[in-house]
Ligand binder design. Sequence first.
Ligand code: ZN
Length: 147
Amino acid sequence: MPPPGPWHIPGITERLMALHAEGITMREVAERLNCEFETGLTRNAVIGKCRRLCMPFRDPPVRVRKPRIYKYRPRVKPKPPRVEPNGTVTIYQLRSDDCRFPLGDFPFVFCGKEQQDGSSYCPEHFRICHGIVQRKDDSAVQMKAWA
Ligand SMILES: [Zn+2]
């Protein structure tokens, strides 16, 4: 025969009913019963016993929440600099009218100067790309096209 549980202690059920009528929380009821009867009851054990005794349900305690105060903080994303310190632009900064002449090794950067009309390059890189050499007498000559 198993040992009798805490609910077999004389007077504990009556004390539970009295504490239940006080309107305190079930956790507090369990703590008080544990102090008075030297038991190890939990909140859930007290709730279960109340249900088995068909005690009326109680309204849940009303929690008063402090209203939240939202502070407006504007989202400010730092904008990357339009031009790299050496005057070049990355592929993400490249606009449709920027010179697309690649400079350096990976990761590539681009010239970024204003394009010459009808070309993807600025005048300087247009000459480099098309093999145009500037002579001393200011006339330009196109070198032999690449094979
Ligand atoms: Zn260029």
